[in-house]
Ligand binder design. Structure first.
Ligand SMILES: NC(=O)c1ccc[n+]([C@@H]2O[C@H](COP(=O)([O-])OP(=O)(O)OC[C@H]3O[C@@H](n4cnc5c(N)ncnc54)[C@H](OP(=O)(O)O)[C@@H]3O)[C@@H](O)[C@H]2O)c1
Length: 260
C-alpha cells in the first residue's frame, strides 16, 4: 500500500474515473478526503468506505457552489494539504457544429473553476509553508487536437498555468503538479461523445485508471512539475517537444481522420 505525505485532501470530480480512483488510493492510505462532484449518491457510497471522508456536493459551474468549495479549501480549522483539481470534460466533433453553450460550460469547468480552486489552494497553503496541488490536464495539452479543439485548448491552459505555478511556488514548501494522462477508460469517452473515435485505438494505447491515479499522487508527492503516466506517453511528450509544430499539427489531424 502506498504512503503519502498528505494528511487531508480534497478531490473534485471524485464520483467517477480518475478522481474516484485517487479517492480510493487516499482512503486506503488513511488520508481523510473531501469528495466533490454533482452526484451525491456516488460520493456517499465512496465516503462510506473510509473513515474521515466528507461529501461536498457541488456543481463547479455554479458560482455559489464554487464559492462553497473555495471556502472549504481555505478552512484553517480543518486544513486541507492536497487539492486535486480533477473535474473536467471534453466535447468531440467539428467545432462549428458543436453547441456553443456546452463549450462555454466546458471552458468554465476546465479553466475558470480550476483556476479559482488553484488560487484558493495556494492562498491557504503558501502561508503555512506546506501543501500540494495536483491539476489534472491531458496529453492533449501538448499539441492541437482537431475535433477536440476546445478541450485541447483548455488543457493547454491547465498545463501552462500549472508549470508557471510550479516555478512560482519553488522554495515555499508547496508543490504544484500537472497530471497529463493519455487515453484512459472512464466515463470521459461517453460524456465527450468520443467513444467511436476512442474505440479505434489499439489496446496498448490505453492506460489503466488505477495506474493514472497512482502516478499522479506519487508525482505530486515527489514535487514533480509534470506527471505523465506510461512509457508510451512519456515518449510522445518528449517527441512533441522536439518535433516541428507544423508536423505535430498535421499528424494529430491525420490521427483524427483515420480514427473516424
Ligand atoms: N479519460 C481520459 O482519457 C482522460 C485523458 C486525459 C485527461 N483526462 C482528464 O481527467 C479528468 C477526469 O476525467 P475522467 O477521465 O475521470 O472522466 P469522468 O469519469 O467523466 O470523470 C469526470 C468527473 O468530473 C465531475 N464533473 C463533471 N462536471 C462537473 C461539474 N460541473 N461540477 C463538479 N464536478 C463535475 C464528474 O462528476 P459528476 O458528474 O458527478 O459531477 C466526474 O466525477 C478530467 O479533467 C479529464 O479531462 C481524462
Amino acid at each position: 500500500m502506498a504512503t503519502y505525505p498528505f494528511t487531508s485532501a480534497l478531490i473534485t470530480g471524485a464520483s467517477s474515473g480518475i478522481g474516484e480512483s485517487m479517492a480510493n488510493l487516499l482512503g486506503q492510505a488513511g488520508v481523510a478526503t473531501v469528495l466533490v462532484a454533482r452526484r451525491t449518491e456516488r460520493l456517499e457510497q465512496l465516503a462510506d468506505r473510509y473513515p474521515g471522508f466528507e461529501v461536498l456536493t457541488a456543481d463547479l459551474n455554479s458560482t455559489d457552489d464554487l464559492a462553497t468549495v473555495v471556502e472549504r479549501i481555505g478552512s484553517e480549522t480543518d486544513a486541507i494539504d492536497l487539492v486535486v483539481n480533477n473535474a473536467g470534460f471534453g466535447t468531440s466533433g467539428m467545432f462549428h457544429e458543436l453547441d456553443p453553450d456546452r463549450l462555454d460550460d466546458e471552458i468554465r469547468l476546465n479553466v475558470r473553476a480550476l483556476t479559482r480552486l488553484a488560487h484558493a489552494a495556494l492562498r491557504a497553503m503558501i502561508p503555512r509553508g506546506r501543501g500540494f496541488l495536483l491539476n489534472v490536464s491531458s496529453m492533449a495539452s501538448f499539441q492541437p487536437a482537431p475535433k477536440l479543439a476546445v478541450y485541447a485548448a483548455t488543457k493547454a491552459y491547465v498545463t501552462n498555468l500549472t508549470e508557471s505555478l510550479h516555478e512560482e511556488t519553488r522554495g515555499t514548501g508547496v508543490h504544484v503538479t500537472a497530471l497529463c494522462p493519455g487515453l484512459t477508460k472512464t466515463e470521459f469517452q461517453s460524456v465527450s461523445n468520443s467513444e467511436a473515435y476512442a474505440s479505434s485505438y489499439p489496446a496498448f494505447a490505453w492506460l489503466k485508471v488505477g495506474d493514472v491515479a497512482a502516478t499522479g499522487l506519487a508525482d505530486v508527492a515527489k514535487g514533480r512539475a509534470l506527471s505523465i503516466p506510461g512509457a508510451l506517453y512519456k515518449g510522445m511528450s518528449m517527441a512533441a517537444g522536439v518535433t516541428p509544430r507544423g508536423l505535430t499539427r498535421r499528424l494529430s489531424s491525420l490521427v483524427q481522420r483515420t480514427a473516424k
